[in-house]
Design a binder for this molecule. Structure first.
Ligand code: GLY
Length: 425
């Protein structure tokens, strides 16, 4: 049964916040049964057909990637095909062309990849002029003696390799940035949640969450501002969502073939409105993506800083090496994030994290810290093993995360500059 946002937050989420992690860990009977079936067979040889998993925004490119594997293509080429499809799409603001920019309006892309068969890795961070960050990470892996290039050097390398120079900021992403810029009077640099002195403002601690009236008022004000900024009607809802719920973007994809070959790739434009130069987890081997084809492959989407602190993708692969199932391995990494905040729900409400886990025998899982997105969509991940489908993610907490930094409870006030004064001569 569908729940509206207010009921959902005030019942499921807030009730669950008072419970222990262990009580909420295993929460879906159907999911458990499916996992048990999948994982019943002992870890053994490779699967009889290719298996690919990704974040749900990999949907459009997944068929192409899977077909490449059916035709005997390389696993890294296949997972990059999934990322590239969205990087090329100007209407996808999470990666590549049209990605949401930093606080100064500049788009900066991050990506990393690992190729199981050759045990090599490549990564790029802060790429400004090259839409296919995933291909560029692969080029670093294939054509240099390095693993990671960042910023200007990464773009210069792209030109040397023949990548075209791309203007990444689309008009729609520019308008979303303008709306954010106009509605946030102060730049916000910190402190972060992990600062021992950081306290969630008392009036923002649960309960209660911002009321339905608060959301309506906030949306109304942003609508007015969007009209003033001449944001086309068909983009307004989207731009307002991005201001209210800044995204971390990001696509992860991992693959395994009947030959036992595995690869993984993660690509992103990173956290919307970030400080220029900020890199999250996506270009970090072992955080955003990690593959060891003796064991498995894993990757992440969500709050990059939190994932870096638990080296999530590497932790998950190591967990599987020591006998955990994909689901257990992913949930364990999420619990490490919860532990970093002493399981404090007032802080964990501001963390968003999903992991995608693929074992060498084709067993897989997608797990999430929260059951829903910030805008109340059920967290799902994408699987292709001959049939392409979305599956619900098991989760630690029921509900959806909130945007960080915490939003003021009161509707924002436009700055009052007063009547314009004639300049004194
Ligand atoms: N997970 C993507 C980022 O934080 O940049």
């Amino acid at each position: 049964m569908a729940m509206d946002r207010r009921n959902f937050l005030t019942t499921a989420t807030l009730a669950s916040l008072g419970l222990t992690l262990e009580a909420q860990d295993i929460n879906q009977k159907d999911g458990r049964a499916a996992d048990a079936k999948r994982e019943a067979s002992a870890v053994g040889g490779p699967p009889s057909k290719p298996v690919m998993i990704s974040s749900r925004n990999g949907w459009n490119g997944m068929d192409k990637g899977y077909q490449m594997l059916l035709e005997g293509g390389d696993t890294l080429d296949a997972v990059i095909a999934v990322g590239k499809t969205q990087e090329d799409d100007p209407n996808d603001d999470s990666v590549g062309l049209g990605g949401l920019p930093n606080e100064e309006g500049g788009v900066e892309l991050d990506s990393c990849c690992m190729h199981g068969p050759t045990r090599r890795a490549g990564a790029v961070g802060g790429v400004r002029w090259t839409k296919n960050a995933s291909l560029l990470a692969q080029a670093v892996m294939q054509h240099t003696a390095h693993v990671m290039l960042v910023g200007e050097g990464a773009d210069r390398f792209a030109r040397a390799m023949g990548f075209p120079k791309d203007e990444l900021l689309t008009e729609r992403s520019r308008k979303a940035w303008l709306l954010w810029k106009e509605s946030h009077r102060d730049s916000w640099w910190g402190p972060g949640l992990s600062d021992p002195n950081y306290r969630v403002p008392p009036d923002l601690q649960p309960p209660p969450p911002p009321s339905a009236q608060w959301w309506e008022q906030k949306r109304r004000e942003l609508e007015e501002l969007a009209a003033e900024l001449a944001i086309p009607l068909e983009w307004r809802g989207h731009c307002i969502d991005r201001v209210l719920f800044p995204t971390h973007g990001t696509i992860h994809c991992s693959a395994v073939t009947p030959k036992g070959e595995m690869s993984g790739m993660t690509t992103t434009c990173g956290l919307a409105w970030k400080i220029p130069g900020r890199c999250g987890d996506s270009p970090i081997i072992g955080a955003g993506s990690f593959t060891d084809q003796d064991v498995g492959s894993a990757g992440a989407t969500g709050s990059g800083e939190e994932n870096i602190r638990v080296a999530g993708a590497h932790t998950i692969v190591e967990n599987m090496r020591h006998g955990m199932t994909p689901r257990e391995a992913g949930l364990d990494a999420l619990k490490r994030i919860a532990r970093n905040y002493r399981h404090n729900p007032a802080k964990l409400r501001y963390v968003d994290m999903q992991y995608y886990v693929l074992r060498k025998d084709g067993a897989y899982a997608g797990v999430s810290l929260w059951s829903h997105t910030a805008s109340d969509k059920r967290r799902q991940f994408l699987v292709h093993d001959g049939s392409k489908r979305l599956e619900d993610m098991p989760y630690l907490f029921a509900g959806g995360p909130l945007s960080f930094p915490p939003q003021a409870r009161e509707p924002f006030q436009r700055p009052n500059y007063g009547p314009s004064q004639p300049e004194k001569k």
